[in-house]
Write a protein that binds this ligand. Sequence first.
Ligand code: ADP
Ligand code: MG
Length: 684
Amino acid sequence: MELKDSVSSIKGIGEKTQKLFEKLGVESVGELLTFYPTRYDTFSDPKPIAELKEGEDGVICGLVSRVVTPGYASRIKILTCIVTDPSGSIELVWFNQPYVKFELKSGYHFIFRGKVRLKGKKLQLEQPKIYKREDYYRLQTALQPVYPLTAGLTLNTVRKSMKQALTITGDMPEFVPLKFRKKYELLKKNHAVTEMHFPKSRETMMEARRSLVFEEFFLFMVFLRQMSLGREVKESSLVIKDNGECDDLIGKLPYELTSDQIKTFEEIKNDLTSGRVMARLIQGDVGSGKTVVAELALLMVAGSGYQGAIMAPTEVLAKQHYESMQKDMDRYGLKCCLLVGSMTAAEKKKVYSDIAEHRADIVIGTHTLFQEKLVFDKLGLCVTDEQHRFGVRQRESLSKKGISPHILVMSATPIPRTLAMMLYGDMDISRITTMPSDRQAIKNCVVGQGYRNTAYNFIRKQIEEGRQAYIICPMIDAEEDSELENVTDYTEKLKDIFGNTLRIDKLHGKMKPKEKNDVMLKFKNKEFDILISTTVIEVGIDVPNATMIIIQHADRYGLATLHQLRGRVGRGQKKSYCILVSSAKGQTAKQRLQIMTTTTDGFKIASEDLKMRGPGEFTGTLQHGFPEFKAGDIIKDVKLIEYAKQVAVDIIADDPELIAPEHTNINYLINTKYSQLSKIIQVG
Ligand code: ADP
Ligand code: MG
């Protein structure tokens, strides 16, 4: 048997079974070996007989008595016995397995594992497997693989076939060169594959998985790296210096930077002064404080005599960045300007000329404007905020506006698209995982519609304490046949309820950008208390005094969206609250929302969301070129991706053509399996 042979060369796999495997994408023995379990079963501890429940897989340990073997005349051979433990006794039954009697010995203890059924009024253990106690305890440390199946293919068949296939794992090619396997403590391929399928323990399985995931990402990275060889490591002629202004600004901030913010800024500083073009992604959860890091980078670049640009996905957000940066930059004699769609033609024209003639040092705007004819005098840095909101092209079109400016992108959402982009664009990653230390955990709850009055009272109390609140509705106006709350009616309704005691205003996508900006500014300046809005406020809005968000019909949104929405509160030192109002009847919707209350980690939420919605729902332009990883999880294993990338970078730097003997396996694979992929990626 060889890896490339059809699975039918495995004993017990005939034409029919082969077809079934084919359905699962498994044709060769080699493919079978990389058909990994989706989870593992464990052998649970034996239970007292008295605690068995109908329908479950029961495991008991007890003394055998009264073995009744079938008579020769009966058509179905039924063998029974009674097993007793201190809690009680139960009848065990086997059909057509007469040989069981040779194993069963009256007066001995065994462990039995089988389905618990109701027979008449009594429970029975049906067709149980019999284990000697010491054998069972040994099995308990091991894990039993569970594979995805298709109708007609049993778990047992897959397990048995796998066991045979595993005899040739020694033939599987090793891709990660020995040097790096040692460095990253990776298992040998054959060992890893065996452990992945039939692990001796959870620990060995994790170790095996880690090695296989690493290899998978490594190969993909080598492939990407090879494809982008031409574009890689661009020299930069920009002369950017750190002239103390950044430290000065850091000293003047009303807070201390977190260690991750400092580290990220250090990495950016290194990039900017390295003589190479920076391409860096800052990944940091909602509210982790990415903006200030970008601001420092912009200050460093502008302070060195270049221009900087920052793109935001919405006008409201651009305006917010402008408001906060302008004040800081003033101190250093640097001029910020805003460039958004709602400005008049004359205003825009003035900004264009300010940019072209370098009267403006930092431009803050929305992406649409950067697509127009915008000429910079000396563009040194482009920042893209909320990268996941943009397509790749937009980023590139902005970066074409200077002579290879440095690129910094920021994103809060670890969706595959972001990752794809990062791989594609060959970015380095900085991660901000520590939240500012002054934050208090947000209090979350999931409630039904009946919670209304309690919520109103609570809002009133918060506002009396000087706080502000958001209420999110899914619709703008009332629509026929829709019971969903809408911003317009809800605003009126609340005005009725609260009368003149509270000030209420609204925000939604149909309003003119100028109106939206005004409302946001007023809210930020505490000119009113409750903002009723659609999800337009989802991205980036920063009003630290708002401590409460109520999301109507929360069940209608993806968890990632809810996470972004919730990120609008908990931005200051005061305790914040997030109330998810669910209108769904079903249990699953509630369960999904409950995830929000168990974690505030955007990565976890995104991966839970992915699990529930299926990866297809995040389809973005780039994902078409994305291979399906067999072992790896592009969210969970992001750390391994980084390591794997580093190894790929080192290898390609040493041996760009992959001709060294230790690289021939990689070379072969990339020219065969991945060649298809390269077409897709280049087009995409
Ligand atoms: P995001 O990463 O979601 O873009 P922001 O940059 O908008 O987050 O920051 C959220 C809020 O936290 C802002 O009000 C910002 O001023 C504040 N902030 C940023 N860094 C810190 C810090 N180190 N300590 C306290 N507050 C901070
Ligand atoms: Mg932000």
